[in-house]
Design a protein around this ligand. Structure first.
Ligand SMILES: *Cc1c(COP(=O)(O)O)cnc(C)c1O
Length: 399
């Protein structure tokens, strides 16, 4: 990349491509070369003088803070392009808005709730159809062949690990099927981040994330991103960013650019904490079962170990408790705030039956495997011993 900054640094040694822990910190262009500022400022300007060298015109279609963040996120993903949006839902809207009436999207049945709502309650009204299937059953390929026999799907939409059951989909296998069939694949990579799993390298066309979660990591900004190598998809995403007004705020982009600098540090710590907590939970008599992608009792642990660098920092467990007792367990924890969202340095706990899935009817909940005792931990970066003691105390109370 040539930029005023890289010209200034031309006296320095040429270095090979940096690894992720360096790339998130040294992002090159800061658009502040005259001042020597180490951190780029927040460019609140809504508009830019016509004909400027960097090619900005109006913030809805581009801003220095977006470009800095896009550059970092593209490097993390090792993708040609990244386009940032106001939230994960904005990023999903951008992708879906590029479809046409009558198009079919084949979806993993355990997608994030807001993705389901966007497809079924918004894009369905514009004639975009969706079909749902379990990509972890051995018959997924036949089901895809059957569904694809009537109509060439426009897109396959995956998420791995899924929410809240942490199902793991064999991304390489699905992408290979899709490539042969000429169908693009989107992977919602929010739970794993490109540091644990790189969907594009596994064959996906689009890698999407809510940067609100791990990428920012401090629960203080909303954002979304879509990474891709394909110039046609990149054009569509840039078009959606400006044409639908899906752009983030410069300040949120600045916060996320700051947050991502510590993503490698945070994620390693949070994953290490989660691996310990998952094993400890599984040993407790008040816990019926635990789901954690790298545990041997996870149904897809072999796939998880093949495509993920670490098991992630989310744990789902089923308590031997009714709804009220499970709720009281969540409320009783000292370091896990009972809240939606995930991925921050602070630990959170969610009780899907009374929170995220409260509006889902009982039969669908049962089909999805969401029982009254199900709890989902977003493990933070606190001291592992403190988190362990907190959970044990509240589990002991359950017995
Ligand atoms: C949170 C989340 C989203 C939506 O992102 P927002 O930034 O809240 O709009 C999408 N997918 C997954 C997996 C998420 O966890």
């Amino acid at each position: 990349m040539t930029s005023p900054d890289s010209e200034e640094r031309s006296g320095a040694n040429p270095l090979p491509s940096p690894g992720p822990a360096t790339a998130v910190i040294h992002h090159g262009e800061s658009y502040a070369s005259e001042t020597g500022a180490v951190m780029a400022p927040v460019f609140t300007s809504s508009t830019f003088a016509h004909g400027n060298a960097a090619g900005f015109d109006y913030t809805r279609s581009g801003n220095p803070n977006f470009r800095i963040l896009e550059d970092v996120l593209a490097r993390l993903e090792a993708s040609h392009h990244a386009t940032v949006f106001a939230s994960g839902v904005s990023a999903m809207t951008a992708v879906l808005s590029s479809l046409r009436q009558g198009d079919l999207v084949l979806c993993e049945e355990n997608l994030y709730g807001c993705t389901v709502r966007l497809l079924e309650q918004v894009f369905a009204r514009f004639g975009v159809r969706s079909a749902w299937l379990d990509f972890t059953t051995p018959q997924w390929m036949e089901t895809l062949d059957e569904l694809g026999a009537h109509q060439q799907p426009a897109l396959i939409w995956l998420e791995s690990p899924t929410n809240p059951l942490l199902k793991v989909i064999d991304l390489k296998a699905v992408c290979a099927w899709a490539r042969a069939a000429g169908v693009p694949v989107l992977v919602d990579n929010t739970f794993a981040t490109p540091l644990l799993q790189r969907p594009l390298a596994l064959g996906a066309t689009l890698s999407l994330a809510s940067t609100t979660k791990y990428v920012n990591g401090h629960s203080d900004a909303l954002g979304g991103v879509v990474c891709c190598d394909d110039p046609i998809w990149y054009e569509r995403l840039r078009f959606a960013q400006k044409a639908l007004g899906l752009q983030p705020s410069p300040f949120d982009s600045w916060l996320i650019t700051r947050g991502v600098k510590t993503l490698p540090l945070r994620l390693d710590r949070q994953c290490a904490n989660a691996a310990v907590l998952a094993d400890d939970l599984a040993d407790h008599p008040a816990v019926a079962w635990v789901r954690y992608p790298f545990r041997a009792d996870h149904p897809q642990s072999a796939v998880a170990r093949k495509q993920m660098r670490l098991g992630g920092a989310m744990i789902t467990a089923s308590l031997r408790a009714n709804e009220a007792e499970s709720y009281a367990f969540c409320k009783g924890l000292c370091y896990f705030t009972m809240a939606e969202s995930l991925g921050g340095v602070e630990s959170l706990i969610c009780h899907p039956a009374t929170m995220t899935h409260a509006s889902v009817d009982a039969r669908t909940r049962e089909h999805l495997g969401i029982d009254a005792g199900l709890v989902r931990f977003s493990v933070g970066a606190e001291g592992c011993h403190d988190l362990l003691a907190d959970i044990r105390t509240c589990l002991d109370r359950l017995r």
